[in-house]
Design a protein around this ligand. Sequence first.
Ligand SMILES: CC(C)(COP(=O)(O)OP(=O)(O)OC[C@H]1O[C@@H](n2cnc3c(N)ncnc32)[C@H](O)[C@@H]1OP(=O)(O)O)[C@@H](O)C(=O)NCCC(=O)NCCS
Length: 217
Amino acid sequence: MIGDLLPDFVVTEVAYDDPPEARLEPAEEAAVARAVDKRRREFTTVRHCARTALARLGVPYRPLVPGLRGAPSWPDGVVGSLTHCEGFRAAAVTRTGALASLGIDAEPALPLPEGVLESVALPVEQQRLAGLAAGRPDTPWDRILFSAKESVYKAWFPLTELWLDFHEAELDLSPDGTFTARLLVPGPVVAGRRLDGFDGRWAVRDGLLATAIAVRP
Ligand SMILES: CC(C)(COP(=O)(O)OP(=O)(O)OC[C@H]1O[C@@H](n2cnc3c(N)ncnc32)[C@H](O)[C@@H]1OP(=O)(O)O)[C@@H](O)C(=O)NCCC(=O)NCCS
């Protein structure tokens, strides 16, 4: 599903369970030495996905240790993004010449827990969600919005190394499977041009929802 949301030249790998051959490099082991089993399994399998994706890209693997604010430390010349949730793990990678940044996120295709929407969505976004829900009540619009914001952050962070609050981007989801994110703070400069937002795509399938953003250089 994630692959369908990104340009063809982005290499994606997904896993729906935790393959026994998945393993960690020593530096990665150290990062999850005290983690609970669920975190450890997700962390390990998503790196297995990344290892396979990087091999397909022709890039030797190097430990993907969480760096500044948790962002993974991709090999030089690579942009990528990782996501994991119950029953799903995914990695997406490409060369820096092909994209300036990438963000992917997956979630269970279920409504957000009570009270979460109000803390992550602007009033105008909540109004738009009500309109979308009126047209397609079975679609978990609130969680698509949440996931799209996570993808925004994952695409934003490598370009800025700055925090971006949930209320600092205004998202507009379209029923056609696309979305736009308008930055309410100054955007990063990419190839000499200041970005005022991001364009992304979303999909819901087989109990999961996914969002993705590819920032062209
Ligand atoms: C970091 C964050 C986006 C991760 O999303 P999540 O749904 O909790 O978790 P996911 O499984 O989808 O993604 C986790 C992966 O995100 C990646 N990640 C973590 N921090 C990151 C960062 N600062 N930049 C880019 N990627 C990051 C990591 O690869 C991580 O996996 P790992 O720990 O195994 O390496 C989220 O926890 C967070 O902090 N959100 C607040 C910021 C935000 O979303 N702002 C909205 C702006 S509109």
